[in-house]
Write a protein that binds this ligand. Structure first.
Ligand code: ADP
Ligand code: ASP
Ligand code: MG
Length: 421
């Protein structure tokens, strides 16, 4: 076997014992591979704790300083994992994102990887050392430390696997693989043996936090097989790979819930060419993704537009939209919070009819109101009240018979999610 890239998430290195267990796992896998690069996340809830610390000092810190702070979490982990490997007699070198030269865009807290310099990594690997790389962080061309967005260590790992032409990227986490729904919310969710990049990408974008969506994009673009598996079990997990005939042919392979969404409504804008362009250029400049866009004519001849965004982006959107309104010379901005999106995903949807009807019926039977619907070839999403989220996910999961009847067991480090608007 050639090179392997392994990634350990925060729960899998949350204590010294777990860190040593991860090191033993690396040692085992190193015997089978020509070289091993390990990507590691910050320990346990470190990133949340660092954000809380920042919040206590300044509720709206500059994003550059947030990155400076958050990058420390992964730096602690790489040093400790390298020490753990040394304690097992395995030569290892820890490297931060800037030391590797993981170059990113300058968009602090949501930067994108542009290139990875493999020279230093290969020098270490060729010298027989394990390289332990800090996930989630990179550096801009002018030397600023950046982070890749929450959950971004997956992306570091898959991008590294692509750059090193590794045989596989193993994502070690606290669940047995990718399930038909988040097993914390739907206890009878079923583990999938395989899933296509396209389906995993949709699920990740739509809220399946088990993989960072950009990691799946890298995997697909560079054809890196991604194996998601439990960090303390030897069982095979889920292989994320190209679509193949033996994949499940069901119309829906999984469902997901995305919480903490808000809706931005811009009312009574001028109804003339260039207004949409101004709005979406401003959002693109701030590197903000929006969805569920609805536009219609306002009663007085102007136009209204609304779109859904993540709560955490609202602080950047508000001033950007105020600038657009000022340029337009008219209009007002309204913000609603407390929304969620429930979605179903499956390549088989391309050939099955009635999927939308089944989803809407399941939500109606559960007494859940739908505010907006978006579809693509392989997904259907509904915006609902946040308070209906779990009920909606369970209803949809049951309607498409995704369960296997065996409740799933998962590790119990409850996720902490801080929302900052
Ligand atoms: P790590 O720290 O290892 O990166 P994460 O917390 O980011 O771990 O991702 C693992 C978690 O993803 C699981 O504990 C689970 O609650 C959640 N999750 C959400 N959707 C899914 C899904 N479809 N399949 C498996 N896990 C999921
Ligand atoms: N430590 C970062 C986070 O908590 C990155 C990661 O875990 O992937 O989001
Ligand atoms: Mg993760």
């Amino acid at each position: 076997m050639g090179l392997s890239v392994l990634k350990f998430g925060g729960t899998s290195v949350a204590s010294p014992d777990l860190m040593l267990a991860a090191a033993r796992r690396v040692a085992d896998l190193r015997r089978q591979a020509r070289g091993v690069a390990v990507v590691v996340s910050a320990m346990g809830h470190t990133t949340d704790e660092l954000l809380e610390l920042a919040d206590a000092i300044n509720p709206h810190p500059p994003r550059r300083e947030t990155d400076m702070l958050l990058a420390t979490g992964e730096q602690v982990s790489i040093a400790l994992l390298a020490m753990a490997l040394h304690s097992l007699g395995i030569p290892a070198t820890s490297m931060t994102g800037p030391q590797v030269a993981i170059r990113t865009t300058a968009s602090h807290t949501r930067a994108r990887i542009r290139s990875i310099d493999t020279a230093r990594l290969l020098a270490e690997l060729n010298a027989g050392r394990v390289v332990v790389v800090a996930g989630f962080q990179g550096v801009t061309d002018d030397g600023q430390i950046t982070t890749l967005g929450r959950g971004g260590s997956d992306t570091t790992a898959v991008a590294l696997a692509a750059a090193l032409a590794a045989d596989v990227c193993e994502i070690f986490t606290d669940v047995d693989g990718v399930y038909t729904a988040d097993p914390r919310l739907v206890p009878d969710a079923r583990k999938l043996e395989r899933i296509s990049y396209d389906e995993m990408l949709e699920l990740a974008v739509l809220g399946a936090g088990v993989m960072h969506s950009r990691a799946v994009q890298f995997g697909q673009r560079y054809n890196v097989p991604i194996h998601v598996r439990h960090s303390r079990k030897n069982d095979a997990g889920t292989l994320i790979t190209r679509e193949s005939p033996e994949m499940e042919n069901a119309s829906v392979v999984g469902c997901a819930l995305k919480e903490n969404l808000g809706r931005v409504s811009l009312r009574d804008l001028p109804n003339k060419p260039g207004v949409d362009a101004a709005i979406f250029n401003a959002l693109a400049e701030a590197d903000i993704n929006v969805d569920d866009i609805i536009q219609n004519e306002a009663s007085g001849g102007g136009m209204n537009i609304s779109f859904t965004v993540e709560h955490r982006d609202l602080a950047d959107i508000k001033p950007a939209m105020e600038r657009v309104l000022a340029e337009c010379g008219r209009g007002e901005q309204l913000i609603d919070v407390g929304l969620s999106r429930v979605s179903v995903v499956g390549l088989g949807m391309r050939h099955h009819t009635g999927v939308a009807a089944k989803m809407f019926t399941a939500l109606a039977d559960a007494g859940i109101n739908i505010f907006n619907i978006t579809t693509s070839e392989i997904k259907i999403s509904c915006i609902i009240n946040r308070s209906d989220g779990e009920k909606a996910l369970k209803a949809v999961h049951a309607a498409f018979d995704l369960a296997d009847g065996q409740p799933t067991t998962i590790d119990t480090l409850t996720p902490m999610r801080s929302v900052r608007v």
